[in-house]
Design a protein around this ligand. Structure first.
Ligand code: ZN
Ligand code: ZN
Length: 263
């Protein structure tokens, strides 16, 4: 069975782990090696356990630590041609260029790279398969395109972006240009967009949703919970909240129903 954990989630750094008994994949790394060496052991992971790093796009909260962590882990790095063209992975020795919307295998895990609307050169997000279990990671997108909705049907577990509350963003301290970027079609998902996606997935919604990439300035767990808790109770979905400082602990689709705030 696939399991999912996060080292940290938010605009100051993202790093997510997907693993089976044989294979450990790190998705993005916005943290320096010294931080990873503190946080990975808290999840029972040694840096050398990481077999591969998948990059979603070149924004620094996702790519900032990739080259150094790949070197420390001795891991291959996978990224789209566009992400590689950003130059942010030039220091990586073992780099595999992938196509958007392609599928490939790392160890015993099948990976789908899914095109998302975001303001980067060739951004993708990922879906993972092992046996009958399926895990999705979906952050950093401005809206849920029909392609995205189709691609994330039937996941057991989904790490989903609940970036901002529109009203908090509107009233908050960001300059106007940044407010437009964040809320635009190539920015980030707001709470309502993410909730609407889960509703639209209906019977094919995940059994466990991890709310992630929650803005510390323009959102709060309480605001997300206001929208998500009724839906979770209705659809019998378990909710976990990922934090910037702690991410969340190892989670599988066998986690029981209900609402949890355990990080
Ligand atoms: Zn981000
Ligand atoms: Zn981004």
């Amino acid at each position: 069975m696939l399991r999912l954990a996060s080292v940290g989630s938010g605009s100051k750094g993202n790093a997510t782990l997907v693993a089976t008994d044989e294979t450990t994949i790190l998705i993005d790394c916005g943290f320096p090696v010294r931080e990873m060496l503190v946080r990975l052991p808290q999840l029972g992971v040694d840096i050398s356990d990481i077999d591969a790093i998948l990059v979603t796009h070149e924004h620094s909260d996702h790519i900032g630590g990739v080259a150094a962590v790949a070197k420390a882990a001795g891991a291959q790095v996978f990224a789209t041609h566009g992400t590689v063209a950003s130059g942010k992975l030039d220091a990586v020795r073992s780099l595999v260029r992938i196509d958007s919307d392609s599928s490939f295998t790392i160890g015993d895990i099948e990976v789908n790279a899914i095109t998302v609307p975001h303001d980067a050169r060739e951004p993708v997000q990922y879906r993972f398969h092992f046996g009958a279990s399926c895990v999705g990671v979906l952050t950093d997108l401005g809206w849920v395109s029909p392609h995205v909705l189709e691609a994330y049907k039937g996941c057991d577990l989904l790490l989903l972006e609940f970036n901002h509350d529109l009203e908090m963003l509107r009233r908050g301290p960001y300059p106007a240009v940044l407010k437009r970027r964040v809320s635009g079609d190539f920015g980030h998902l707001n709470n309502e967009q993410a909730t609407t996606m889960l509703t639209a997935l209906g019977d094919l919604a995940p059994r466990v949703v991890i709310a992630g990439h929650i803005s510390e300035q323009n959102n709060s767990v309480d605001r997300v919970a206001e929208l998500l808790t009724p839906l979770a109770e209705q659809q019998k979905v378990k909710i976990i909240y990922a934090t910037q400082t702690q991410g969340f602990g190892w989670t599988t689709s066998e986690s029981s129903g209900g609402v949890s705030r355990v990080a």
